[in-house]
Design a protein around this ligand. Structure first.
Ligand code: MN
Length: 227
């Protein structure tokens, strides 16, 4: 096949213990999947189920990256999240089969221009400019699912060494199998899809020169610096 200009290299994520990389197909995100975060955003988790939005595949940025402070925001927020990397696709996946579609897990950040998101909510507009900007989806190396046991894991984020976000994966409203089952009724999942599974409470603004270190017990940490 020939192209009018060279196609860009596929976005890709490092894999723990392997030289091969995980090629990113699409990025899905779950909104308000921890009750305490839904409440801090002024929502009642008893009345509204979690939901999905997306980011471009090339929004990924690796651990160790120095991220330019994004344009058009004065309220950039961190959201630390468990990321599920899909290895086997499918539509209408059952909850009991869902984990067999997972290649592995990683720590990710759903960076958010909170001021643009607030304006979008206010005007009933899409979230793309708030959520899907360049380098808005930093992600650490993926650990293959067979090599990690996440039951009981904590999730946390430190900014300049101080703990900002803390939670338990067990506090997710939709579990990983439930997320995969639900998402696969809306989209046929494909190998290379990433799912950011929502953030625990404690989201707040970050500034240039801040160093963010996020973790989930059992996974490689994610470290990025804003410049
Ligand atoms: Mn999020």
């Amino acid at each position: 096949m020939s192209f009018v200009f060279p196609p860009p290299a596929p976005p890709a994520v490092a894999i723990v213990g392997r030289t091969e990389r995980f090629p990113v197909h699409r990025i899905y995100c779950v909104g308000r999947n921890y009750a305490a975060h839904a409440r801090e955003m002024g929502k009642d988790p008893e009345r509204e189920a979690p939901f999905f939005f997306t980011k471009p595949a090339d929004a990924v940025a690796p651990s160790g990256a120095q991220l330019p402070f994004p344009s058009r925001t004065s309220d950039l927020h961190h959201e630390i999240e468990l990321v599920v990397a899909i290895g086997t696709g499918g539509a209408n996946i059952g909850i009991s089969q869902a984990l067999s579609h997972v290649y592995g897990y990683a720590v990710g950040l759903d960076l958010t221009r909170r001021d643009l998101q607030a304006e979008a909510k206010d005007k009933g507009r899409p979230w793309d400019t708030a959520k899907g900007f360049d380098r808005s989806a930093p992600i650490g190396a993926i650990t293959p699912a067979s090599e990690v046991q996440l039951a009981g894991s904590k999730i946390w984020l430190k900014v300049n060494g101080a703990v900002r976000q803390q939670g338990q994966l067990a506090d997710m409203i939709w579990s990983v199998p439930e997320i995969i089952a639900e998402l696969s009724t809306l989209f046929e999942l494909a190998p290379g899809d990433l799912i950011y599974t929502g953030t625990p409470p404690g989201v707040a603004a970050i500034q240039s020169n801040d160093r963010l270190e996020g973790g989930v017990d059992g996974l490689e940490p994610l470290i990025v610096t804003l410049i």
